[in-house]
Structures are given as C-alpha cells and as structure tokens.
Write a protein that binds this ligand. Structure first.
Ligand SMILES: Cc1ncc(COP(=O)(O)O)c(C=O)c1O
Length: 427
C-alpha cells in the first residue's frame, strides 16, 4: 500500500507502522546488541535465513526505519544507510568492482567524489575514466572497456549544476551492460527519481537535504532491483561467496541481491555504519523533505533571477534559468524545481568574492550546502581545493566562482542580505 502513497505521505509515515503502545515515531535504539533465547535462532540469523537484527554494525532498528523510508521514496527494493555520503559512494562501487576493473564517470562531480575516483580508487587498482557528460553518446562509449563495471554521474552536478541527460546515460549503460549509478543528493527523490529514469543504483549524501538541518553525517545506497547481474560480469553476485560460507546472492535474494551483499559483505568488513542517533535525526529531517524542497527551489529560482539582473554579477549558473545550458534537461527531469544550490561570478574577481562572502549576514560562510539555513562558499579554495586547476575546471569549478546554497528563510530577507553584500563587494 505505502508504495502507492504520494512522496509527501511516504516521507511522513513510510516504512514504520507502530503497534498499539509502541512509540509513534521510530525510537533511538542505542544498543549494539540484541538478545536471543535459542542458539538455532542465532544460527538462522548468521545464515541470513532470518532478517532480525544481530549487531548494529550490520543493522539496527532505528537505521532500518530510515532505510525503509528512503527505499520507498526512491522506489527501490532496499537501501543501506552508511556513516557518510563518501562511504555510500565507496561501498556502492566496491560492492561490484575490484582491483583490475574500471568505472566510467561524468567529470562534473562533488570534489570528494572526484578525489576518490582520481586518487584513491586507482591506488586500490580500480581505474576511472572521466567523461564530459555533455559529450555525445559515441564519444562517451569510447571510454568503456571490457572490464568496466559501472557508469556513474550526479543528477545535478555539484557545483557545476549541469542536469544529467538520463535518456542518454541509461541508453549507454544498457548497451554496455553495466549498472547506471546516480548520486541524487542535490535533487532528492522529491525533485527527481533516477530509478524511474533508467538508473539501477542511487546514492546520496544524507548529510545534505535529507537531514536538512546540518546535524548528522550520513549516506545511503538504494538498489533499484532491476539490473541483471547474471550477465557474466558480476560473478561475485552469482557464484558462491567464500567469505559467507558459500552464499549465492542472486540465487538467495534475487532482486535484492546487490543491496544484501553490500550489507553483509561491505558493511560487515569495512564497518562504516551510521550511529542510531544520526539515523533518527536524518529520519526526522526526511519528514519535511518534500515541503523543504519546494521552498529551497522557489527561493533559489527567485534569487537566481535577482542575481541575473544585478550589475555586479557577471554570470549566474542555475538550471532553472533559461540562460543555463541545462535548462531544457531541467524542464524535462526537474519539473518540480531545481533545488537550492547555484553559483555565480562576481564583478571584481576573487577579491570582490571574498568581500561578498565576508559581508553576508544571513547567508553564512560555511563548508556545507543543502541546509535549511542559507550558506555561501568559494569551491576552488574549499571543497575542490585538493584538486589541480585542470581537475577543478573539469569538475566545473572556475577560480572566481561563488556557490550559494539557498535555504528556507523568507526570500525577501535573503535578497536584502545578498544585495547589501554585493554593494559592499564593489567598494
Ligand atoms: C553530491 C555529493 N555527493 C557526496 C557527498 C559526500 O557526502 P558526505 O559529506 O556526507 O560524505 C557530497 C558532500 O558534499 C555531495 O555534495
């Protein structure tokens, strides 16, 4: 039934139905451990014949409520919460890719993901080829190799704000017979549902809009349950897993094979599970996500239009503006709004940018986006600082670019704050 609810209802009441006298909201289960009375019961848990909780590194009731709600909202068969967005992205890929193998990724990525792909994965023997997401399909296909195991991209690139051409990317992934993995952090399922647009796996930094109040780091992997793993490329999902006394994931868990393996192998071994307290707070945040995404988007649209006509602003980058190259894709894939993040270039370069950021009052200088409170940041000297200038440009970061994350305050107050800071920046 809850599968048919609208996302607003799923966000409030999805995946948790308390019995009489049980708490109305999922309680914080701050316990590592669970008690049993029979050895047989415990043996069944270890054989994965029962889905009860065993140990909070693998699963926990508070986290399970969060996972169920996110799977529902994204339309997946299951979800796995992690300690951060970076842990979710690492786990989603390591679950199907090992040394000697390769992934293809859009170059327009969050700086941490770019660095993971450009520096850390190669050290582990996994090579990554970056492609321009706006290149034509024939060009992108040249990046694929026999050992390629997935195609990765962000729905809305951070901070380039290019909107993904889902039709092109899902067609390429299908032709190459690899899963399409999408980081849906900026759009959230309220604005875009990648699994309905041909993606196979969705990842999020739940630290961002899901939490929405800047309280808790977290990540999540969502399995669409549609990809055919039995195509010769993913024996680890088909053949017996010696680390799990011969378990065959697809045979035992069919459509949920990928997400079960991520839990019982990756999370078991690498241990990047969320704290129950954080799962509680993120679940709490989700309750208002649909409302907040509407306000983030309408505020950001108004701010982008204000900036576009301001004489101290050289260029505004927001996919909801007709002037943005992604406007047609945004109209197709993000009809409910383009989320709260935008970038712009200020007259006077880095010096004026610094003055602008330091003079903003309501819009605080923070290393964070997607919070209810508005924030401002200079990506080249912060989130993308560890990249070379060439890597920064390939990720869509110009040296003078300023990133705004528009919150849910009243738009009049936000515009007044930005207006006074722009005036100061030109003195
Ligand atoms: C699009 C995107 N993906 C992933 C991450 C990484 O998430 P976390 O900071 O939760 O590890 C971020 C962080 O800003 C992000 O913006």
């Amino acid at each position: 039934m809850e599968n048919n609810w609208k996302i607003e209802t799923q966000a409030v009441q999805g995946s948790y139905a308390p019995k009489p006298t049980e708490p109305r909201i999922p309680a914080i289960c701050q316990s590592t451990t669970f008690k049993y009375t029979s050895a047989d019961h415990v043996a069944k848990l270890f054989d994965l014949d029962l889905a009860d909780h065993m140990y909070s590194r693998i699963s926990n009731p508070t986290t399970a409520a969060l996972e169920g709600k996110i799977a529902l909202m994204e339309g997946g068969v299951g979800a796995l919460a992690t300690s951060s967005g970076q842990a979710a992205i690492s786990g989603a890929i390591l679950n199907i890719c090992q040394a000697g193998q390769h992934i293809v990724s859009a170059s327009t990525l969050y700086g941490g993901t770019y660095s993971l792909f450009a520096n850390t994965f190669p050290k582990m023997g996994i090579e990554v080829t970056f492609i321009d997401p706006e290149a034509d399909a024939a060009e992108i296909k040249k990046a694929f190799r026999p050992e390629t195991r997935c195609l990765f991209a962000e729905t809305i690139g951070n901070p380039n704000l290019n909107v993904l051409d889902f039709a092109k990317f899902s067609r390429i992934a299908k032709e190459q017979d690899v899963p399409l993995m999408i980081d849906n952090t900026f759009a959230t399922p309220c604005l875009c549902k990648p699994l309905e647009l041909g993606a196979d796996i969705v990842v999020h930094s739940t630290t961002k809009y899901f939490d929405g109040h800047a309280t808790s780091l977290g990540g999540v992997i969502v399995d669409g349950g549609q990809f055919n793993w039995d195509n010769g490329k993913f024996p680890e999902l088909i053949e017996a897993d010696p680390s799990y006394h011969g378990l065959k994931y697809v045979e035992k868990f069919s459509a949920a094979a990928y997400i079960v393996k991520a839990r019982v192998q990756y999370l078991r071994d690498l241990g990047c599970c969320p704290a129950p307290q954080n799962s509680f707070l993120i679940d709490h945040g989700l309750t208002t996500l649909p409302l907040r995404m509407e306000r983030h988007s309408s505020n950001a649209q108004a701010m982008a239009e204000f900036l576009e006509q301001h004489p101290a602003v050289l260029k505004v980058n927001y996919p909801g503006l007709k002037s943005h190259t992604s406007f047609p894709l945004a109209s197709k894939y993000l009809p409910g709004g383009c989320s709260g993040v935008m970038t712009f270039e200020i007259e006077g370069g880095q010096e004026a940018g610094k003055k602008f950021m330091e003079t903003c009052q309501l819009v605080a200088l923070v290393v964070h986006v997607a919070d209810a409170r508005s924030g401002v940041l200079h990506p080249a000297s912060t989130t993308h600082r560890q990249l070379t200038e060439e890597q920064q440009r390939s990720a869509g970061v110009d040296p003078g670019m300023i990133r705004l994350s528009i919150g849910i305050e009243h738009i009049d107050d936000l515009i007044a704050d930005v207006e006074q800071a722009l005036a100061h920046s030109q003195k």
